[in-house]
Design a protein around this ligand. Sequence first.
Ligand SMILES: [Fe+2]
Length: 280
Amino acid sequence: MTDQSPLWPARLHHMEITSDRPPELIDFYLRLLEGDAQELADGRWLLAGAERSFLFALGARNGLGFSAFAMDDRARVAALRDHVTDQGIDVQPSPSPLFGEEAFAVSDRDGNILVFGTPRGGAPAIADRSPARLQHSVVGSPNMGDLIDFRLKLGFVLSDEVKDDHGNLTAAFLRSDPEHHSQAMFYTGVPKFDHFSMETTSWNDIRDWADHLGDLRISLNWGPGRHGPGNNLFFMVSDADGNMVEFSAEMELMDRDVAVRLWKDEPHTLNLWGTAWMRS
Ligand SMILES: [Fe+2]
């Protein structure tokens, strides 16, 4: 049962992106986010920040390796592991070097891996160049219902659904703490990595990031605008591999017991200010 899951609250803490040319991708993120990239013993690269950390692994281009959610104590991670097992979901070893030994992973029907754990202590304090906390990751899928049911079993809560005129689900947004969504999915013909987002503290941060991108001669791909579901201000850019990267502010907050809402599948829903990236 969703209300028995110890998942809440959990926040997206770091993620792994796969690429067939990691050096080019890492170079993009070093220019965008600054900081240092560290090669790990297993060949992956870590770009660590105070509120955003990324692993880059050799693999398929445009691959989401995993999304790792931080919880605030090991006992709750252990309780979540028991809850997940009780749901009949297979528990896998954690692929993350940033979480402690209690961490574990699960995989949905499309092979999207979610990791839950507590951040290892002792990491050096790293200042971020500007506020932008890793906040949500999103996939495209032809198996929307399965992916949603899986996350509901884990303890995520549905915030908003988007349906077309025929009643077909085209997007869904789920939360694991009061922020409107930490996971979302769009209907697409094949499973894919859709985008990830970093939440800033204000509209002025959005401006500053856009100015920084301008200095780097990186054009915005979509926005600025305001999403209907989540009500957040946003813009998106594509990274060196074409993965969409979102900067966001003013993400809506919803208590755990607020019921799911329904939106119409139209450009206005995805961008209250105008044109939209329609996935299907
Ligand atoms: Fe987003």
